[in-house]
Each structure stands twice: as structure tokens, then as C-alpha cells.
Design a protein around this ligand. Structure first.
Ligand code: KG4
Ligand code: ZN
Length: 336
């Protein structure tokens, strides 16, 4: 069976994985860059430098864990967009040099397509048509997939992405970066109805999202209450703001699935790790006899296994890249 070595360096994680043709993940290694925490966000130049420092070692570990040598790898896969251009270039240059020296095919993968294939790792039989909610640090898109490559974007965010909504509100509350996992954990002990934060764009025919109003509402709320009150009710406040984000995502997804008789919903991207989103989407989908599925937690956040999984199809159809392959930062879902 074909083994693909996949490389993902689009942001601040240096990730390398080995994925087999049947979607079995032989190894999935990630070196997360903790340096950025103190700046409250990713510093692009630091991220590129750390990728250069770490990528060889992470690759060695991924091969050792997969119990394979470089010569036993059949193809190289790499994410080429969207992302931080300096970071992407490290992965692309590294994958190109390996492909050249080993004389093995090179496969280019769009990072967002990678996120969708994360769902396929846990469920290899997953086939379109399905409705995909892609929620990450840079993207929020509701996409109707008719087939693997034919799709229509039903809705997208008009301002902040869902992940940004978590990260920016966490920053207002001085909770640390990235805010999503921190809010998720704190909110588990909180009351989601403690504060009624706004849910934007509620018209029935509007499938776009907007989270900047929520950020402003949280800012006003914090200005109106003193620190002692905020600290005493922190779990309830974060639970309420999480509920506003989750409600918008779930209600629009379920409404579209119901109106268009879509049987399968997949939720992917970093925010799909959110425990409230997972629970609520699954419950609401069951109520209308639909099935919502999520990648395993380890494949929700950026990882290289999802890039390898997306490359399997391309390997089958021999869609290989040349050595003049370049990275580019433009946002969006695209089958490169
Ligand atoms: O997909 P991802 O790892 O990177 C991008 O492609 O952007 O997504 C990162 C985003 C961050 O905004 C992070 O706060 C959010 O995913 N995130 C979460 C959770 N885990 C990660 N948001 C809410 N709840 C979580 N458990
Ligand atoms: Zn991502």
C-alpha cells in the first residue's frame, strides 16, 4: 500500500505525518510553538524561523513512529495555501527537496481541503453529498458538497472567523492564547444563559456569519462590570459568549441541512474541537434525523495527517505538482 509523508507548516505548528492509502495514520507528529503565547498571537517571522529549526527533527520522529525509512515513502504531500507565507514556504521548500532527492512525486494540498479530509480519517466511508461547516482561526464557511470537488459556498463570515471570535474575546478577558480551548474548558462549569450576548444575522434566508458584534458586546459588558464581579462570574460569562458563537453555527447549519434535505453534516477545523459545538450539533442534527460527524479531537486542530489524507485522492488520479511549486497565502477553499 502507498505511504504518504505529509508536511503542514501553514501557521505556528510544525507538523509531519505518515498516512497510508487506506486512510490509516501511521504517525502524526506536531511541534507546537509556545513562543507566541507571550505576544497574544502568532508572530510570523518567529514562526518561520522555528519551522526551519524543527522540521527535520519532526520528520525523523514521524518516520520512526511509522516504522518506515524515507526510501519506503511513496509520495510527499504539503499544504501550499492559505496561511502565513513565510511559514508555508518552509514546508513547501522542504517537501520539494525531499521529492527531488528521493525522486518521488510531490502533491500540493489546500489547507482547508485538508481540514475536510480530517473527517475522512475517522470515517473512511464518508462520501459527498454532505454539508461541511469549516470553522478555524481564519475561516468560517458553510459549504454544500455535491461531489468531492463540486461545491457551493452557502455562507461565510462577514468579519471575524469563529476561532477569532474565541481568541479575541479571550484576549479581552486576559485568558491567554489561543482562547478557544481555554474558553471551552472554563465554560464547562458555567451557565450558558447567564448573559444574553447577541446572535447576528438571524434572517432565515441568511447563512452568513458575523462575530464582530459579539466582540463589541463583550467589551461593553466588561466595561460595565468591575473586576471582582467578572472574576467571580468568569465561568458563566465565558459559557454565555461561547453559547452565542455555538448557537449561530448550529442554527444556520441545521436550518440549511433541513431545508435542503442533506443527510450528513461534517464539522471541521480547529473550532470543531469545541465540546459544546460537538454536543449541540450532534443533538440538533438527531432531532431532524440527520447525522453530524466530527473528526477525532487530534485531527481537528492543524495537523499533517489531514494533509496526507487529502493527498490520497490526488495520488490515485496522479495529480502531481512540479518542482516549481510555490506557496501562496490567499484565503479560501480551493482544489489546487
Ligand atoms: O484549524 P486551526 O488549528 O488553525 C487554523 O487553520 O486557523 O484552528 C485554530 C483555531 C483557534 O482560533 C483556536 O482558538 C480554535 O481553533 N480552537 C477552539 C478549540 N480548540 C481550538 N475553539 C473553540 N473550542 C476549542 N476547544
Ligand atoms: Zn487550520
Amino acid at each position: 500500500m502507498i505511504n504518504i509523508l505529509a508536511i503542514e507548516t501553514s501557521c505556528d505548528d510544525t507538523a509531519v505525518a505518515v498516512v497510508r492509502e487506506d486512510y490509516k495514520v501511521l504517525s502524526n507528529c506536531i511541534s507546537s510553538q509556545l513562543t507566541h503565547d507571550k505576544y497574544g498571537g502568532v508572530v510570523p517571522e518567529l514562526a518561520s524561523r522555528l519551522h526551519i529549526k524543527n522540521i527535520m527533527q519532526v520528520t525523523d520522529i514521524a518516520l520512526t513512529k511509522a516504522n518506515l525509512t524515507l526510501e519506503e515513502i511513496d509520495a510527499l504531500a504539503v499544504s501550499i495555501n492559505p496561511g502565513l507565507i513565510g511559514s508555508l514556504l518552509v514546508g513547501v521548500s522542504f517537501a520539494k527537496s525531499l521529492a527531488y532527492s528521493l525522486q518521488k512525486p510531490l502533491i500540493a494540498v489546500n489547507h482547508m481541503v485538508g481540514h475536510i479530509f480530517a473527517a475522512k480519517i475517522s470515517n473512511p466511508n464518508l462520501q459527498p453529498p454532505y454539508l461541511a461547516l469549516i470553522v478555524s482561526g481564519g475561516h468560517t464557511e458553510l459549504v454544500h458538497f455535491f461531489s468531492q470537488r463540486e461545491y457551493k459556498i452557502i455562507g461565510r463570515t462577514r468579519d471575524d472567523a469563529a476561532g477569532e471570535a474565541f481568541d479575541k474575546t479571550a484576549k479581552l478577558l486576559n485568558l491567554g492564547y489561543p482562547g478557544g480551548p481555554i474558553i471551552d474548558k472554563l465554560a464547562q462549569r458555567g451557565n450558558p444563559d447567564f448573559v444574553s450576548f447577541p446572535r447576528a444575522l438571524q434572517r432565515k434566508d441568511d447563512f452568513d456569519f458575523s462575530f464582530s458584534g459579539l466582540k463589541t458586546a463583550v467589551r461593553y459588558y466588561l466595561n460595565d462590570h468591575d473586576d471582582t464581579f467578572i472574576q467571580a462570574n468568569l465561568e458563566d460569562i465565558v459559557s454565555s459568549l461561547q453559547e452565542a458563537i455555538v448557537d449561530s453555527l448550529v442554527s444556520k447549519t441545521i436550518r440549511y441541512a433541513k431545508a435542503n434535505r442533506m443527510e450528513t453534516i461534517i464539522v471541521v477545523g480547529g473550532v470543531s474541537a469545541n465540546s459544546r459545538l460537538r454536543g449541540k450539533m450532534i443533538r440538533e442534527a438527531e432531532k431532524i434525523q440527520k447525522k453530524a460527524s466530527f473528526p477525532k479531537l487530534e485531527y481537528c486542530m492543524d495537523n499533517a495527517a489531514m494533509i496526507g489524507a487529502a493527498a490520497i485522492e490526488k495520488h490515485k488520479s496522479k495529480e502531481f505538482a512540479n518542482l516549481d511549486l510555490n506557496a501562496f497565502s490567499k484565503k479560501g477553499l480551493r482544489f489546487v
